[in-house]
Write a protein that binds this ligand. Structure first.
Ligand SMILES: [Zn+2]
Length: 208
């Protein structure tokens, strides 16, 4: 059975009967005093599912603009009548985000705040070839600048560098370039002295 409102077998029989009399969806809706959604569900379940799944996943048709007052009022009225959020969405053809804007406008702010918290106190690291998110030292939330070169990093420019997979919460926030790459090299045995020696060699014997 497709998702949405529960339709009694009595109502279903009535819809089918009116349809067999050649009546249109709109006519049936007005005769039974119901919205078009349950009728579509009974008479054309495939189309209904398509619309519902679009509502579930598609971007809001009100994205980037005000939700019309009549839509807001309609949604609130249906809610007062005891309809579920799912029912309201399928009756008014509005998406999850638009519903959130009508019934819980601060939800997005709360979600963004949670995201900020998560970014400040956790980091994505690779352990045994798997990318995982780990809690980092709580005393040391994500700083603005690299802890090694002190260069201010853009929002995504810092990497959490850890050295023990058994304790990945201990580490340093390092800029992507050059510090993180360099330090990773040191940790796998490429010594800083080797680098400096090679650099010196290159300087002395390099292109003339
Ligand atoms: Zn750095």
């Amino acid at each position: 059975m497709p998702s949405g409102i529960k339709i009694s077998s009595e109502l279903e029989a009535k819809i089918l009967e009116l349809r067999s009399q050649g009546k249109t969806h709109i006519k049936i809706a007005s005769e039974l005093g119901i919205s078009g959604s349950p009728i579509r569900r009974i008479l054309n379940p495939e189309a209904h599912e398509k619309i519902i799944s679009k509502l579930r996943t598609g971007p809001s048709k009100f994205q980037g603009r005000e939700i019309p007052l009549e839509v807001k009022a309609g949604a609130i009225k249906l809610r007062e009548q005891g309809k579920s959020y799912g029912e309201i969405r399928s009756e008014l053809f509005i998406g999850r985000k638009a519903m959130q804007r009508i019934f819980d406008p601060e939800a997005r702010e709360r979600a963004e705040e949670r995201q900020r918290q998560l970014r400040a106190t956790t980091a994505r690291v690779e352990i045994n070839g798997k990318k995982v998110r780990v809690k980092v030292d709580r005393e040391k939330p994500r700083p603005k600048a690299c802890e090694l070169c002190h260069k201010e990093a853009k929002r995504f420019g810092l990497n959490w560098h850890h050295w023990e997979d058994t304790n990945p919460g201990i580490g340093l926030w390092l800029c992507n370039f050059p510090c993180h790459g360099f330090v990773e090299g040191v940790d796998v045995g490429l010594k800083a002295e080797d680098y400096l020696r090679l650099k010196d060699q290159a300087n002395r014997g390099g292109l003339k």
